[in-house]
Design a protein around this ligand. Structure first.
Ligand code: PLP
Length: 438
């Protein structure tokens, strides 16, 4: 073909392409990922049409941010560590995308003890625990595969997976057993396309904390089918007196675990966006591909906030035990208060949490015939009493509502009082025995 003909052919092809994609007018479309990424909580909350009662100040027991009401503040030592980090001017530049070595070492030391030794190369710093989860899900699962999620469960796993074309399958938790995992159901959900199991312990929205034995049972199932686990342990150590937190990584001998956590909840600084992945992989199962994959994915954001990385060693080492003890004391007192109050209300059945910052409350809808669903119920509660709780739907679990127990005690008491008044107005004694599932 002569040069001239080639040039001619190219120009014909180009003009055809321009015509086909209508480059002549603006037609800017969102990608499939953008269109498939939904936050169900946002859309459910936005679908709420009722207004709060203007006579009563709004009490939002819906916001999973412990700093909202100003009663829970980070430790003095943590604030000072960040001040020093800023002043030093040593953290204005880029860090390596998995984080500065000293910051990764600090996380490794935070988790190391006489039983477990974590190496800084096993730590990847991320922009919050959400980003840690994003990187783990993206590294482990591809389009057409599935991941297993708890029901009820935190919605972000679904948001992240579905956007990427990864299917989600749910395994049930059992409220009557402190929200233990239904192990038969978990096992039944695993198929040849299952890329990972997500375990959230302690749990949002349940506040449940799993025993060592239960976690060992979960590990047995994962080992039997060779499925790695993504452990969302953002509420690690936030457990009430008498309960013990066991990390999955501390119990696993064989199953590779990607532990995700961060500063958000235990250190009361969710806005600082500091989280991490710790890779636990005794048998080097993830070495072939996944380690590299995780590392590569950090290049998408060029790593996490360097000011907080600079402060991280001091945050993790200098926060006094007293700070954690006080936080737990407050959360436990709030949980007991709320539980004792709501247990007295006919038609409601709160489930006492063992940790974290939430309580699930079962609504016996047969005793509240004015409401068709828990969604209706929470809207009624908002319209009449200006108290807002998230409907169970947000966690794939109708007939329940989730309460946040981090709000100040007097606010919590006021909320309980209003919930009681609302319930007594709408409760109808049922001659058929009320069916509570346990
Ligand atoms: C709050 C929360 C997170 C997100 O933590 P960030 O560090 O703020 O991204 C992850 N998982 C669960 C279960 C949470 O409740």
């Amino acid at each position: 073909m002569s040069e001239l003909t080639t040039a001619f052919t190219n120009s014909v092809v180009m003009s055809i392409n321009v015509g086909e994609t209508s480059r002549s007018g603006w037609n800017v479309q969102a990608s499939l990922i953008a269109k498939n990424t939904h936050n169900p909580i946002r859309s459910i909350v936005e679908s709420i049409v009722v207004e709060p009662n203007p006579e009563k100040c709004v009490i939002a027991l819906s916001i999973g941010d412990p700093t909202t009401f100003g009663n829970l503040k980070p430790a003095r030592e943590v604030i000072e560590a960040v001040q020093e980090s800023v002043e030093s001017q040593a953290y204005n530049g880029y860090a390596p995308s998995a984080g500065f070595q000293e910051a990764r070492l600090a996380v490794a030391e935070y988790y190391s003890d006489q039983h477990v030794q974590i190496d800084p190369s096993d730590v990847i710093l991320c922009s919050g625990c959400s980003s840690a989860l994003d990187i783990c899900i993206t590294a482990l699962a591809r389009e057409g595969q599935n991941i297993l999620l708890p029901r009820p469960g935190f919605s972000i796993y679904r948001t992240l997976a579905v956007g990427l074309g990864i299917s989600v399958k749910s395994y049930n938790l059992r409220p009557e057993l402190g929200w233990e995992i239904d192990l038969d159901d978990l096992e039944a959900q695993i198929d040849e396309f299952t890329a990972a199991i997500v375990i959230n312990n302690p749990s949002n929205p349940c506040g449940s904390v799993y025993s060592r034995e239960h976690l060992l049972d979960v590990l047995d199932i994962a080992a039997k089918y060779c499925v790695p686990i993504i452990a969302d342990e953002i509420y690690e150590y936030l457990v009430f007196p008498g309960r013990t937190f066991y990390s999955l990584a501390s119990l696993s001998t064989e199953v590779p675990i990607l532990s995700c956590s961060g500063l958000a909840k235990r250190f009361l600084v969710p806005g600082w966006r500091m989280g991490w992945i710790v890779i636990h992989d005794r048998d080097n199962i993830l070495d072939k591909e996944i380690r590299k994959g995780l590392q590569c994915l950090t290049h998408r954001t060029i790593g996490s906030n360097t000011i907080i990385q600079g402060a991280l060693p001091k945050i993790l080492k200098n926060t006094p035990q007293r700070f954690f003890d006080n936080l737990l004391q407050t959360l436990y007192a709030h949980a007991k208060l709320t539980y004792n109050y709501l247990s007295q209300i006919p038609g409601l059945k709160p489930i006492m949490p063992d940790g974290a910052m939430y309580m699930m409350v079962h609504i016996d809808l047969s005793s509240f015939p004015g409401f068709n669903s828990e969604m209706d119920f929470v809207q009624g509660l908002l319209a009449e009493e200006s108290v807002f709780c998230l409907p169970g739907q947000c966690f794939d679990y109708p007939s329940y509502m989730r309460l946040v127990i981090t709000v100040p005690q007097d606010v919590l008491e006021e909320a309980c009082l209003r919930i009681q008044e609302f319930c007594s107005r709408h409760h109808v004694k049922n001659c058929l025995q009320n069916v509570i599932p346990y």
